[in-house]
Design a protein around this ligand. Structure first.
Ligand SMILES: NC(=O)c1ccc[n+]([C@@H]2O[C@H](COP(=O)([O-])OP(=O)(O)OC[C@H]3O[C@@H](n4cnc5c(N)ncnc54)[C@H](O)[C@@H]3O)[C@@H](O)[C@H]2O)c1
Length: 437
C-alpha cells in the first residue's frame, strides 16, 4: 500500500483483515512512527482496534521505506493524495512521483493498482511513467510486462472500514484477463457485486458517483431555498420526494452544503476534465455555484438577524466537514468560522473530534471549548454546522440559561426534532418556512 492516509490505511487494514499480508509505506515519517506503535493518526471509528489486532498477528506492517514494501509484493496499491490545483484540475504531482519511485525500485513482476481518484487517462500515463523509469534503470523486460489496473474507492470517512468490507459494489478497471484474475482474488472475501470494466470507465465511474451525489445535495438545497421563500418546509418535502424509490432519501438533507476532501475537488476536476476535452459540463458549474451560495445564504441569514457581528460572541457546534471524522478539509464549518472572525465576532467553538486539526488553521482569537454547553456560554447566537449525534443529547434546559440570546441557526437541520421553539429558543434552520411547531 503506497500512501497511508484515510484511504490507504483503511484499505490496507481492510485487505489485511480479509486474509492478505499488507505492508504500508508513507513519506510522512511522523505518521509511520505513530502507526508503528498502534496509533491511528486520524479519527476513524473501528480502525484502531482492528489495526492493533492485525499488527499483533503480523498481517500488517508500516514503513517509510518503499523498497521494504516493494520487495515481496504481488500487488502494489497506490492511494496517495490527488488534491485540487488552483485551476480546479487534479494535482497529479504526488501520484506521478509515486510512479517514478516504483519504477526505480521494482525488480519483479507485480500488478500496480491505482486507488487514488484520478482523471480519465491518468492510470495509463502512470504506467507509462513507471515503464520509462524502469527502462532508465535498464529493466526493459520488466517494462514490457508490467500490468496496471484502476480500482476506485467508494468508502466514506466515518464508516470507512465497514464501507470497505461491505461495499455496495466493487469496480475493477483493467485491460487483460490476468489482471482481472488477480483483482478478483484480492477481493474474493468481500461479498458484493463486482463490475469489471475498462480502466477509462472505472476512472469516470468514481467521478460520476461523487458528482451525482454532490448534485443531489445542491438540488435539494435549491428546493430548500425555494421552500424558504415560498413558505414550504424541506423536511416534509424530502419525506414526500425521497420516499420515491427512483429517488431515495440519501443525500437529500438540506443545509450549508457539501465539503470534505472529495466532493468539492472531484466535482471541480470532472468539470475541468470535460472542459479540457472541449465539453462544457454546465450542470456541474451550477452544482458548484449552488454549493458556494448555500454558505453565503446561511451567513446572510445570520447577518440579517443580528445585523452587527463585531464584538458579539457567537458559539459554533461542529468543525469537521461531516460527523464521525476529524477531517476538516474543505469544511463549510471552518469557512463560516473564518467569516465570523473576519466580521469581528468573538467565536467559541466545540467539536467532538476535530478541535486539534482546527487549531492549526483557525485564528488565535477563536476560543476552543471542552463541552457544547461551554461553547454556548454567553453567546448571542449558536451555529450548528456539523450534525454530530451528541448535540441532540445536550441539556437544552441548562443551555438556555447560559446563552445571552437563545438563538440557534441550525445549518444541518439536525436539531429539528428537538422542538426547540417550544422550549423558548429562537430556531432557524434551512428551508423551514412552513415548520410545524
Ligand atoms: N478520503 C476519502 O474519503 C476518499 C474516499 C475515496 C477516494 N479518495 C481518494 O483517495 C486518494 C487518497 O485520499 P486520502 O484522503 O487517503 O489522502 P491523504 O492525504 O489522507 O493520504 C495520502 C497519503 O499519501 C502519502 N504519500 C504521498 N505521496 C507518497 C509517496 N510517493 N509515497 C508514499 N506515501 C505518499 C501522504 O503522505 C499521505 O499520508 C485521493 O485521490 C482521494 O481523492 C478519498
Amino acid at each position: 500500500m503506497i500512501g497511508t492516509g484515510y484511504v490507504g490505511l483503511t484499505t490496507g487494514i481492510g485487505f489485511a483483515s480479509i486474509g492478505h499480508r499488507v505492508a504500508c509505506v508513507d513519506k510522512d515519517i511522523k505518521k509511520i512512527s505513530m502507526l508503528d506503535v498502534g496509533k491511528v493518526p486520524f479519527y476513524e471509528p473501528e480502525l484502531s482496534l482492528k489495526m492493533k489486532e492485525l499488527q499483533e498477528s503480523g498481517n500488517i506492517m508500516f514503513t517509510s521505506d518503499l523498497s521494504n514494501v516493494i520487495a515481496n509484493a504481488d500487488v502494489l496499491v497506490v492511494a496517495v493524495q490527488t488534491p485540487p490545483a488552483v485551476n480546479g484540475q487534479a494535482d497529479l504531482s504526488y501520484i506521478m512521483k509515486a510512479a517514478d519511485e516504483i519504477g526505480r525500485s521494482l525488480d519483479h513482476e507485480a500488478l500496480i493498482v491505482i486507488k487514488s481518484t484520478v482523471p480519465v487517462g491518468t492510470t495509463e500515463k502512470f504506467i507509462e511513467r513507471v515503464k520509462t523509469s524502469l527502462r532508465n534503470c535498464g529493466r526493459d523486460e520488466l517494462a514490457d510486462v508490467i500490468q496496471i489496473a484502476f480500482v476506485p474507492e467508494f468508502l466514506r470517512e466515518g464508516t470507512a472500514l465497514s464501507d470497505f468490507l461491505r461495499p455496495d459494489r466493487i469496480v475493477l478497471g483493467a485491460k487483460d484477463e490476468v489482471a482481472f484474475i488477480i483483482l478478483s482474488k484480492m477481493h474474493e472475501n468481500i461479498n458484493t457485486k463486482i463490475i469489471k470494466t475498462t480502466i477509462e470507465s472505472a476512472e469516470i465511474i468514481k467521478y460520476a458517483a461523487n458528482a451525482f451525489l454532490a448534485t443531489k445535495i445542491s438540488f435539494i438545497n435549491e428546493i430548500a431555498n425555494i421552500a424558504e421563500i415560498t413558505g414550504g418546509n424541506i423536511i416534509d418535502i424530502v419525506a414526500g420526494v425521497g420516499t420515491d424509490s427512483r429517488i431515495g432519501p440519501k443525500f437529500l438533507n438540506a443545509g450549508i452544503g457539501y465539503g470534505g476532501s472529495c466532493f468539492p475537488k472531484d466535482v471541480s476536476a470532472l468539470k475541468q476534465i470535460a472542459g479540457t476535452n472541449g465539453y462544457d459540463f454546465k450542470l456541474l458549474s451550477a452544482v458548484i455555484e449552488t454549493n458556494n451560495r448555500q454558505r453565503d445564504l446561511f451567513f446572510k441569514k445570520i447577518l440579517l438577524t443580528l445585523r452587527v457581528l463585531k464584538g458579539r460572541r457567537i458559539g459554533v457546534w461542529g468543525l469537521s466537514f461531516k460527523p464521525n471524522t476529524d477531517d476538516i478539509r474543505e469544511s463549510a464549518a471552518i469557512d463560516l468560522v473564518q467569516r465570523l472572525v473576519a466580521y469581528g465576532a468573538d467565536v467559541s467553538v466545540y467539536d467532538p473530534k476535530a478541535m486539534e486539526n482546527s487549531k492549526k488553521i483557525l485564528p488565535d482569537s477563536v476560543v476552543f471549548c471542552s463541552t457544547p454547553i461551554d461553547a454556548a456560554e454567553g453567546v448571542e447566537a449558536l451555529l450548528v454546522l456539523t450534525e454530530w449525534p451528541e448535540f441532540k443529547k445536550v441539556s437544552f434546559a441548562t443551555m438556555i440559561t447560559r446563552m445571552v440570546r437563545p438563538l440557534i441557526f441550525d445549518g444541518r437541520n439536525c436539531l429539528i426534532d428537538m422542538k426547540l421553539e417550544s422550549s423558548g429558543f429562537e430556531y432557524q434552520g434551512v428551508g423551514l418556512c412552513g415548520l410545524k411547531k
